[in-house]
Design a protein around this ligand. Structure first.
Ligand SMILES: Nc1ncnc2c1ncn2[C@@H]1O[C@H](COP(=O)(O)OP(=O)(O)O)[C@@H](O)[C@H]1O
Ligand SMILES: [Mg+2]
Length: 372
């Protein structure tokens, strides 16, 4: 799929923008702080209804304005799809094919994107939270059911934490409500973890040969899901539920002492291993980069295999961070099949043929113009 046209109104430093893109590589050139990341972010937000760099939607609205609007026309195998997202201080309104979507979980997934930005290196190095967010966003865009489950899980988790606080401070002494909430909590937890096991398997399947290619056959990548409870992927839903129940009985008193939920998918993690060793702890910076790149390229293939179309690729400030070999690997992989956006302050040092044939845009102070 590819985005043909993008319109922004009051988005970050863009007052009003209307631009057409090409179904190949689009290079966005500009000095720092002119709006390169902002335009990439707007495409990401149009697809995911969430930014990759802030959880505060209000940041996306141009200062002193009431709302921000992103509109795009996406060309898919089955025709053209208009997408629209309005972000106001009251919340978000999403339209797909001119029809307002009651649930954002239904909206997300109509347009697919993969973003690769410098902060994605944190996927390997950063906190478990970064990796959980990655899993949730990525499964979410191929599975609305999962996205809905995650939202439900967050709600139950909040209620459960709230009730644990009441028990902790002795404003409540009855445990019945905790048992009821826990039963719902555990059922959602098990469903989510099952889906995550499946996803990580698929991701690993795609990432392994890519990583091997980038490392010239020297490295084998493994991706392991690390649950906070002794559940395993051989277990079915009912077995998992019983493992969670045991955990609940064991930790209940401590949970009440602390007033917080101490197990579940919101505490799980991912582990990347190269040649059997944890990349986060033992990997060189090069290995961490290769891992992050392999995972991103694997996502492109995973989305393609799940939905039958390639997603749109957003490369914000990363091309110049990669050495020539990794750069070529990336550009050769996407060549001719993935609409790609690349931002950079200068084209020096990026001389791959794909970029010479790219459409080019210049951005300056929130104005974006085609230059070639
Ligand atoms: N909500 C906002 N309203 C207006 N301007 C914003 C808003 N958020 C960020 N900016 C401005 O956008 C610019 C940064 O744009 P960005 O796309 O990150 O730059 P770069 O071209 O370096 O990627 C900064 O000048 C910043 O002040
Ligand atoms: Mg930037």
């Amino acid at each position: 799929m590819h985005i043909e046209q993008l319109q922004l109104k009051n988005y970050r430093n863009y007052d009003a923008l209307e631009v057409s893109f090409e179904n190949k590589v689009n290079v966005i050139l500009g000095q720092n702080a002119q709006g390169k990341t902002n335009v990439m972010e707007s495409i990401y937000v149009l697809a995911m209804a969430k930014s990759h760099r802030t959880s505060n939607d209000k940041d996306l609205i141009r200062w002193d304005e009431e709302y921000a609007k992103i509109e795009g026309r996406v060309q898919k195998q089955h025709g053209s799809l208009p997408m629209q997202l309005i972000i106001s201080k009251k919340g978000k309104k999403a339209k797909c094919n001119h029809i307002e979507q009651q649930k954002l979980s239904q909206y997300v997934g109509n347009m697919n994107v993969v973003m690769f930005a410098p902060e994605d290196l944190h996927l390997v190095k950063g906190s478990p939270q970064v990796r959980r967010r990655f899993i949730d966003m990525e499964i979410g865009q191929v599975s609305p059911v999962y996205l809905h489950a995650i939202n439900q899980y967050q709600k139950i988790l909040q209620q459960r934490n709230h009730y644990l606080k009441l028990l902790q401070t002795k404003k409540q002494t009855d445990h019945t409500m905790l048992d009821i909430l826990t039963e719902q909590f555990i059922e959602m937890a098990a469903k989510i973890v099952l889906k995550r096991f499946d996803f990580i398997h698929l991701l690993e399947k795609w990432a392994m040969p890519i990583h091997e290619g980038i490392s010239r056959g020297l490295e084998t990548l493994k991706i392991v899901y690390k649950p906070s409870v002794e559940v395993s992927e051989e277990q079915d839903l009912s077995k998992m539920i019983s493992v969670y129940n045991e955990k609940y009985l064991k930790t209940k008193n401590r949970e009440i002492d602390r007033g917080v939920t101490m197990f579940g998918p919101h505490r799980d993690d991912l582990l990347f291993q190269v040649n059997g060793r944890d990349v986060q702890t033992f990997g060189s910076q090069g290995q961490q980069r290769t891992t992050a790149l392999s995972v991103k390229l694997a996502e492109i293939e995973l989305i393609h295999s799940e939905i039958g179309e390639y997603p749109i690729l957003l490369l914000d400030d990363v091309l110049s961070e990669l050495d020539d070999y990794r750069q070529s690997h990336l550009l050769n992989t996407i060549q001719g099949k993935v609409q790609t956006f690349v931002t950079t302050t200068s084209v020096d040092g990026i001389d791959h043929q794909t970029l010479k044939e790219a459409a080019a845009f210049q951005v300056e102070a929130g104005m974006l113009k085609k230059i070639q």
